[in-house]
Design a protein around this ligand. Structure first.
Ligand code: 4AD
Ligand code: MG
Length: 434
């Protein structure tokens, strides 16, 4: 068997030549004169056609017995162009050689329940839907890095084991840390990003973050990835422009490079094509009025839930930026609005089509007295924040940043119902395996 190994994605460069493709059996359909094998190698799927007359080494006869669903094998054949479709290539197969046999593969080509599929996630990754979604995730991650790297930001890796809460104490995962007491899994890299922006001007952190969220919704994971830019001498206005430009860039990259994946997911591409700058901007107080008009009243001062976000954003075909939330519903570090001390200079970006909050951010409180007061008010342990207060003691400047949840962004891009589909091995309140 010749061993000029080729990936499925590059078969187009080998038309007319004999090659070998290594992969797994996605589907096998033996018929009388021809036997069809859909061979999957991670880069694509190719139809291999074994003919009774042309196949060698009894491969036509061995086909049914040896090639079971998800068995791994090598197939050798001549690359041909599909007679009807220009960009489809096939293998006029001559021979195959088995590598690993698969018996009773648990995922059948029929409808399975979601719970079953996620209990088989280690195998389910091979199916076409998860494959497409995780390819989009990969592209979004690259877009995130490319955007910040090409706009003068320095990547600053923040620690995962931390001594203090970043986003409120109710969602902390704690663990014993030698003689130093409790350590917490980071809910955010932001506080470290703030230190970083005073050193590098513009930084971003990008890594896993953890929230012991007790709510089992389709938007919450206990472990998710967050990218957080932080910029010195930037105000809320600059923060909104950055978020807007950043989102548009990601959407553009996905539209340019992920067409086949979006089509496989039956994503309505026109919805993504509508995402253009500028994004509409309203204040929290305006949003409260809109909700009253829409018959979903909420008292001023209460936080929005998912249904409120969906209702307020329903009028727009692109993300909506809501600013200036009541102090009580936001984190301690947000800067108070000089014009209205009841609100802080926060911004949430709400994705269209009911995808909800994809970005949360703010201008930060740079006044040490106000910040100390806020830490006391929230009953946070002051000693854990001494280093953070130093950032206000030694050359404090206005600064701002935001966090974008990677999985929420990918869920919106792919049009998936539940965020668990957008991460290879999801962690939720009721799932720790596989
Ligand atoms: O709004 P959040 O809590 O903001 C922060 O953590 C800030 N420190 C960010 C910053 O200003 N640097 O979270 C930011 C984003 C949310 O908008 C959402 O996209 C995502 O992180 N997120 C979650 N994604 C999945 N599961 C969860 N449990 C999430 N919690 C937040
Ligand atoms: Mg938020």
């Amino acid at each position: 068997m010749s061993e000029s190994r080729v990936e499925v994605r590059s078969l187009k460069d080998h038309v007319g030549r004999e090659v070998t493709v290594a992969g797994w059996c996605y589907n096998a359909r033996p018929q009388k004169r021809f036997k069809f094998l859909e061979l999957r190698d991670g880069t694509g799927t190719v139809q291999c056609v074994f003919g009774a007359e042309t196949s060698l080494n009894n491969s036509f006869e061995r086909f049914e017995e040896e090639i079971t669903q998800e068995s791994s094998l090598y197939v050798t054949g001549i690359v041909t162009k599909h007679p009807k479709h220009d960009d489809v290539f096939e293998l006029d197969a001559r021979d195959f050689r088995m590598e690993g046999r698969s018996e009773n593969y648990p995922i059948q080509p029929k409808e399975h329940g979601v719970d079953f599929l996620f209990s088989q996630r280690h195998l389910y990754l091979r199916s076409s839907r998860p494959h497409a979604i995780l390819r989009v995730r990969h592209r979004v991650v690259k877009a995130i890095r490319d955007y910040f790297d090409s706009h003068g930001f320095t990547l600053l890796d923040s620690p995962i084991l931390t001594a203090n809460a970043g986003e409120g104490t109710s969602t902390l995962f704690a663990t014993e840390y030698f003689d130093l007491g409790q350590a917490y899994l980071a809910q955010t890299g932001q506080l470290y990003g703030e230190a970083g922006c005073m050193a590098f001007g513009k930084v971003y952190t990008f890594g896993p973050t953890f929230r012991a969220e007790k709510s089992a919704t389709r938007r919450h994971l206990t472990e998710f990835w967050m990218v957080e830019p932080e910029v010195a001498f930037m105000d809320l206005e600059g923060n909104m422009s950055l978020a807007e430009d950043f989102i548009c860039y990601i959407v553009e990259c996905v539209l340019t490079d992920c067409r086949p994946e979006l089509e496989r997911l039956e994503r309505d591409i026109s919805k993504l094509e509508a995402v253009k700058k500028p994004f509409p901007r309203i204040t929290y107080s305006d949003a409260v009025e809109v909700l009253a008009q829409k018959g979903q009243p909420i008292p001023w001062g209460e936080d929005f839930g998912a249904p409120h976000e969906t209702a307020v954003s329903a009028d727009y075909d692109r993300p909506l930026i809501i600013t200036k939330y009541p102090e009580a519903v936001k984190a301690f570090y947000m800067k108070r609005d000089a014009d209205d001390p009841r609100v802080v200079l926060a911004m949430d970006v709400i994705a269209p089509e009911g995808y909800g909050e994809i970005i949360g951010g703010s201008q930060r409180e740079e006044n040490i007295d106000v910040l100390v007061h806020r830490i006391e008010h929230e009953k946070l342990p002051m000693e854990a924040f001494e280093w953070y207060l130093d950032l206000r003691r030694y050359g404090s400047v206005p600064h701002s940043g935001f966090g974008m949840g990677l999985e929420r962004m990918v869920a919106w891009m792919c049009g998936t119902q539940h965020i668990r589909e957008t991460i290879p091995f999801p962690r939720t309140i009721d799932r720790l395996r596989p």
